[in-house]
Design a protein around this ligand. Structure first.
Ligand code: SF4
Length: 398
């Protein structure tokens, strides 16, 4: 049988899913040459699992602190004490943001911050102590409680956490997250983007995702494209995430995120649209149907329909009240316009909670103390409407 015929058979199996590692490797090997067919198979899988609905999470982005003990070459977010733009949110600032977020329709409170700054910055430790906390996680627990009191559902991504820290955060988080980014330790070698980032050692990150699985925490992870990884390392990362999910059953969503250069990043080569599209399609075909595949629309604002055509079912968090602090300068899309772009391809755009429906209904995955907040948030979600504006309608039509 010709290699093209073999590839078509592999695609046929992939569209029906699930696929073997051997098939996944064959798909990856020929992904670029058979790009259109790969995306078509990914769309078939998406249609079977999610129908004609695309989702997003109405969120507020709350970077409790941008101090971080790591130095990733692509990062424009992190600061050290004394750097221009350094901040740690004080409780009264947090309350003001939560109030604004609630009034602005947010449901998710995304706490995304740097890794363990108290381990290297004495001035930050002193500030935490003034606030009555002995660690960032201690402050985070209090911040999540404040978010819940404002009617929001926390989702925390605070870098690598221990099992004990995950246990502390579990009762006050609807879900949690950590990007795997890439499974290859090569990216931590001298001259590579994770060389000065001790928390980016893949084994550490895998261990945390395992611990979250053991604790039955609904979990979001993902891969980062364009940081010097090879196609084969990208594939290995997707397979590693699949293996974690097959073992623990806790991955709710996989993010396929493109590196975007920022004011402080030193990498120069951003991934192209086709590269992103291939990675999304592969993710959709490799991951089981119950795992959402997301790509942030603000990082490729002119390629929304490419993301849809490659098989995403989710756009992740979109905020009406706060910027994307991780990717400064990449504003969130206008919801009405995004809804129209979805409609042009036959999809409706629907808000979702920060915890997937299958976990929200499962007492093993949601702390009983979170149930009232979850039910209230679900009522607000049901009432949330995304209506294309007249202007968006006219502009989006081909
Ligand atoms: S990417 Fe995350 S871990 Fe790396 S320097 Fe930035 S904030 Fe720190």
């Amino acid at each position: 049988m010709s290699s093209d015929a073999e590839f078509r058979q592999t695609l046929y199996r992939a569209a029906a899913g699930p696929i073997s590692e051997h098939d996944a490797r064959r798909l990856a090997e020929h992904a670029d040459r058979h790009h259109a067919a790969l995306c078509e198979a990914a769309r078939a899988r998406r249609q079977r699992a999610f129908g004609s609905t695309l989702t997003f999470s109405p969120k507020v982005f709350l970077p409790l602190t941008n101090l971080c003990r790591n130095f990733c070459d692509y990062c424009s977010f992190r600061r050290s004490p004394g750097d221009s733009g350094e901040w740690t949110m004080l409780p009264q600032e947090l309350d003001a943001w939560l109030q604004r977020a609630r009034e602005g329709g947010a449901i998710e409170a995304l706490f995304c911050l740097g890794d363990r700054p108290e381990s290297v910055f004495p001035s930050y430790r002193a500030l935490l102590s003034q606030l009555g906390h002995d660690s960032t996680v201690d402050y985070l627990v209090a911040a999540c409680e404040r978010a819940i009191a404002h009617g929001l559902l926390p989702h925390t991504n605070a870098g690598v956490l221990t099992r004990a820290e995950l246990s502390r955060l579990r009762p006050v988080n609807a879900s949690m997250g950590l990007m795997l980014e890439n499974i290859s330790p090569r990216l931590c070698e001298r001259g590579m983007p994770h060389h000065r980032a001790r928390d980016k050692r893949p084994a550490l990150r895998v261990r945390m995702i395992q611990a979250a699985g053991e604790l039955q925490i609904p979990f979001t992870t993902g891969i980062l494209l364009g940081i010097g990884e090879t196609a084969s390392e990208r594939l290995d990362s997707l397979l590693a995430i699949r293996a974690l999910h097959l073992h623990y059953g806790h991955i709710q969503e996989l993010i396929v995120q493109s590196y975007r250069s920022g004011p402080l990043s030193t990498l120069t080569q951003e991934p192209g649209e086709r590269e992103l599209s291939c990675a999304i399609a592969l993710a959709r075909l490799i991951l089981p149907d119950e795992v959402s595949v997301q790509a942030p629309p603000n990082l490729t604002p002119r390629a929304t329909r490419t993301l849809i055509a490659a098989g995403i079912d989710d756009f992740g968090g979109i905020s009406a009240v706060s910027p994307d602090y991780i990717n400064p300068g990449h504003g969130w899309p206008n919801l009405a316009r995004l809804a129209e772009q979805c409609a042009a391809d036959g999809f409706s755009l629907v808000p979702r909670l920060p915890v997937s429906a299958r976990f929200a209904c499962d007492a093993r995955f949601v702390d009983p103390g979170l149930r009232p907040a979850l039910e209230a948030a679900e009522a607000r979600r049901s009432a949330f409407g995304v209506k294309p504006s007249a202007q968006a309608l006219s502009e989006a039509r081909p």
